[in-house]
Ligand binder design. Structure first.
Ligand code: DGP
Length: 112
C-alpha cells in the first residue's frame, strides 16, 4: 500500500492534534472539520480501506469502533455520527482506513 499523509501523522513526520493513542490506533482532529467535533480514528497498521480489509483485521476493526465511541465520550458528545467513506465514489480521499467521529451539531439523515 502506498504511504499516505496518515502514515506521516502516525510517525510524527507531520503534526496533528492527537486526542487518543494506543498500540493499535491513533485519533486526531480532522484538518477540515465538518462539525464542532470531527476526529479521525485510524489503525496504525496501514489498511487501505474497508473494501480491502479481511478477516485478519476483525479484532482491529472492532477495536477501532470501540475507540471511536471512547473518543466521542471523551469529547462529551451526547450523540455522534461515525462515517467510513470507502472508495472515491463515496468520498474517500485518503487511502488509509479511517473512521470519522462527527458531533456537536444536529445532523440530517440521509446524508447528501
Ligand atoms: P475521507 O474523505 O473520508 O478520505 O477523509 C479524509 C479526511 O482527512 C478529510 O476529512 C480531511 C482529513 N485530512 C486530510 N489530510 C489531513 C491532514 O494532513 N491532517 C489532518 N488532521 N486531517 C487531514
Amino acid at each position: 500500500m502506498a504511504e499516505t499523509i496518515f502514515s506521516k501523522i502516525i510517525h510524527r513526520q507531520i503534526p496533528a492534534d492527537i486526542v487518543y493513542e494506543d498500540d493499535h490506533c491513533l485519533a486526531f482532529r480532522d484538518i477540515s472539520p465538518q462539525a464542532p467535533v470531527h476526529v479521525l480514528v485510524i489503525p496504525k497498521e496501514p489498511i487501505e480501506s474497508l473494501a480491502t480489509a479481511n478477516g485478519d483485521s476483525a479484532e482491529l476493526l472492532g477495536h477501532l469502533l470501540l475507540k471511536a465511541a471512547h473518543v466521542a465520550r471523551q469529547e462529551q458528545l451526547e450523540g455522534w455520527r461515525t462515517v467510513i467513506n470507502t472508495g472515491t465514489e463515496a468520498g474517500q480521499t485518503v487511502f488509509h482506513l479511517h473512521i470519522h467521529v462527527i458531533g456537536g451539531r444536529p445532523m440530517a439523515w440521509p446524508p447528501g
